[in-house]
Design a protein around this ligand. Sequence first.
Ligand code: HEM
Length: 444
Amino acid sequence: MSALATRIENQAGRSLTAGEIFEITRAREKSLSHLLILYITTGLVFMLLPGTFLGVWNLLAISSHHATNSVSAGWVQAHGHAQIFGWIGTFILGIGFYSIPKLRRMNAFALWAPWTCWALWTSGVTLRWLTGVYQWQWLMLLPISAALELAAFLIFFLSVSGHRPQDAGKGSLEKWVLVVITASLGLLATLLVNFGAALFLAVRGASPDLPAGFDQRFLVLETWGFLVPFVWGFSAKWLPVFLGLRSIHERSLLGAIGVNLIGVLTAMAGWMTLAAITLCSGILISTWALRLLEPAQQPAKTKGVHVSFPIFIRLAYLWAIAATVLGIWASVVRDSHGIWGASRHALTVGFLATMVLSVGQRILPAFSGMRLLFSTKLMFVSLLLLAGGCLLRVGSEILAYQGFAAWAWSWLPVSAVTEMTAVSVFAINLLLTFVSTPPSQESQ
Ligand code: HEM
């Protein structure tokens, strides 16, 4: 009898038939899938309205006034927080909870952890957005929002920290797990700094907006210190199989994490040129370690997704490299607001959003109850529009904001609407997948 079956019997306090054990296991799998769907749908809502809609609104204002300071810092920061924590952060928490085998072994009551985490996280991110946009009661609500996010993460951290992957060798964790642990520590550091900053702003009492210099460094922590290592960890776990890659250079990937950490710390210290060069070295090492740009060993597994999937994954990594090259450029010239913006956008949309759209549409249908992606064509459309919109935005942001070409201001709204269409198509494709009937239930 399997360890899982024995544990279920111990919880029931009697021996069970094979049929009963199957039913209990199926019911638990179903509640985990429902939980995952809740997290992913919440992430999609944050992405669409507080995130993308506000981002497009900001960009329309900037391009109509031909001035980056025509929107309030609070609105820009509210948009960024909704995208990074509300969208991608919620996705990561949901996938993290879903992937812990421990939850499959526990009784239904033990699912309190993911539900409580969801309630705290969602309230924290929502409150943060409201304080940024409306500033209502912000002296009290800003620190509360940061505390709620921190509390949610601690519940997540305690739940996953006891988890040892079943396939780990004796005494050693798989390297991708180490990378994900580093990313989780990056998220913890980000939330602690966020909490400290919220307390500081509340005590000072002048404004809920982060000062520009601090915000720029904090952005490096939340992107390179938290999101990028998560993407590397999940890339190491899934991409060799999905793309048929050669075995990854595991030690080099850990080396890339070390270099990346130095880059983040250097940025926090304010040495931006050195930080950008170090982050560039880190992403180059990780791309090499994952062997993404070498010929594949096996054909890519594209069943159920669009055949272009491997191209977009590689494109995402090229965007991350471009982001660091733009960062080096921005750090050595004066008044480089547009180049910084282009660098940040190449990373957030070119790398992070492209990875979420590609890998998300590859894994989430199966995680949500062995469903099939609603449409592989919509997947392609979403990725193509995102790539086109990102190229347009990165290019026109440098040309317009830096004063190289005035006509580029009129391209910015086109890029915003193209990207908004891309992420909306992605959301529609996933939501239609979640309401579809899994093939295993079609004949019942
Ligand atoms: C439809 C797509 C998007 C549009 C139109 C958009 C628009 C904007 C605009 C106008 C800014 C202000 C600074 C600037 O002019 O560059 C900005 C900043 C930012 N965006 Fe976006 N964005 C989009 C997607 C995303 C995504 C997908 C992410 C993250 C995954 C993201 C994260 C950020 C962050 C972190 C900032 C900086 C916030 C700060 O300064 O604290 N954006 N975005």
